[in-house]
Design a protein around this ligand. Structure first.
Ligand code: FMN
Ligand code: ATP
Length: 320
């Protein structure tokens, strides 16, 4: 997949691009709804002998439009999004810098410069996609703005249990610790990339060594608590239990520092500095303040059993 960063104004001529079927959206999560939009573009590209392309934006439009904090957390930060879109077999990914100037483009200007101007011959987007200043362009105005230069598909709403599959819903589920429900909407487990860093080395002493993980990006983390996870280290997946939280048993609430640490089953070895991936399967409990190490270790032992049982039953279901 070729990744192209674009800014407004850009100086490309449409002749510089091969004909494309282009999927439009921010696509945080690359969830099942997003996948349908992208696959629809891919299918059209295959039928017509064109290239498939996805256009996304960076940063999130709400950062520039001032509706949210400057730093918004993502289900799939840009690098994660790139990986997933690449895995879908898309030929081109356009990442448009979302600036105030870009946001101020009238719908027709956006279409002229970023759709027709890039030689897109077909556009796919979800039924509720909007474009141009104040989101005035909709799937109903696209025909008019297309000037007959491209065709388009409005992908129908994908809903699960009568609710639209959306990035917003997935963030809501993650913030409630409902990682299993989130994975139903994502079509895969929620995943975090990071690096193993040094912790306080206390874990080893209490009998549960942990890999402390520094996220590679501004991930939207699940609610604090203990989770059954899988972790990929040096290309091998292992099962484990993960605590995401503030370790109230040891740390003062006055200086809260969030830590993410995984006790990996049947594993020993020095893995500081390794890049890892963590897939989150189920939340086992909330984080607690224990009266000392013994109570904590007894509970971690129970967490471990619960996670082992969870993975065993998943294997029996044949879903592993
Ligand atoms: C499965 C698991 C569950 C944990 N649960 C708690 C908890 O409920 N409360 C808490 O204060 N710390 C909890 N911890 C964190 C331990 O306090 C932590 O592993 C220990 O302090 C070692 O930290 P270190 O790796 O930074 O040395 C948990 C750790 C694991 C692996
Ligand atoms: N459930 C869905 N069914 C069909 N299309 C969808 C669905 N969710 C998003 N899309 C489409 O995918 C593209 C990306 O959408 P967007 O990034 O706004 O995702 P979203 O999940 O709706 O996000 P948010 O919750 O922030 O509104 C758009 O074209 C949008 O219309």
């Amino acid at each position: 997949m070729e990744v192209m960063m674009l800014r407004h104004p850009h100086n490309y001529k449409k002749e510089e691009f091969e004909p494309m079927a282009l999927a439009l959206g921010f696509f945080d999560g690359v969830h099942k709804g997003h996948q349908q939009v992208m696959l629809s573009a891919k299918k059209t590209a295959e039928e017509k002998g064109w290239k498939s392309a996805v256009m996304t934006f960076d940063p999130h439009p709400s950062v520039v439009l001032g509706r949210k904090h400057r730093h918004i957390r993502h289900i799939t930060p840009l690098e994660e999004k790139k990986r997933l879109i690449q895995e879908m077999g898309i030929d081109y990914l356009f990442i448009v810098r979302f600036t105030s100037d870009f946001a101020a483009l009238e719908p027709q200007q956006f279409v002229d410069q970023f759709i027709i101007g890039l030689n897109a011959r077909h556009v796919t987007a979800g039924f509720d996609y909007t474009y141009g200043r104040l989101g005035k362009g909709t799937m109903d105005t696209l025909m008019f703005h297309s000037r007959g230069e491209f065709t388009y598909t409005a992908v129908q709403k994908l809903a699960i249990d009568q609710e639209k599959v959306s990035s917003t819903k997935i963030r809501e589920l993650l913030s409630e610790g409902l990682v299993r429900d989130a994975s139903d909407l994502l079509g895969r487990p929620y995943r975090l990339h990071g690096t193993i860093i040094h912790g306080d080395k206390r874990g080893r002493k209490i009998g549960f060594p942990t890999a402390n993980i520094e996220p590679a990006d501004d991930y939207f983390l699940p609610m604090t608590g203990v989770y059954a996870v899988k972790i990929r280290v040096q290309d091998e997946w292992h099962e484990g239990v993960c605590n995401v939280g503030y370790r109230p048993t040891f740390k003062s609430p006055d200086e809260p520092v969030l830590s993410i640490e995984v006790h990996i089953f049947h594993y020993s070895g020095d893995i500081y500095g390794e890049e890892v991936e963590v897939d989150w399967f189920i939340r086992l409990r909330g984080e607690q303040k224990f009266n000392g190490i013994e109570e904590l270790t007894a509970q971690i032992e129970r967490d471990k059993q619960a996670a082992v049982q969870f993975f065993d039953s998943k294997r029996l279901d044949g879903k592993s």
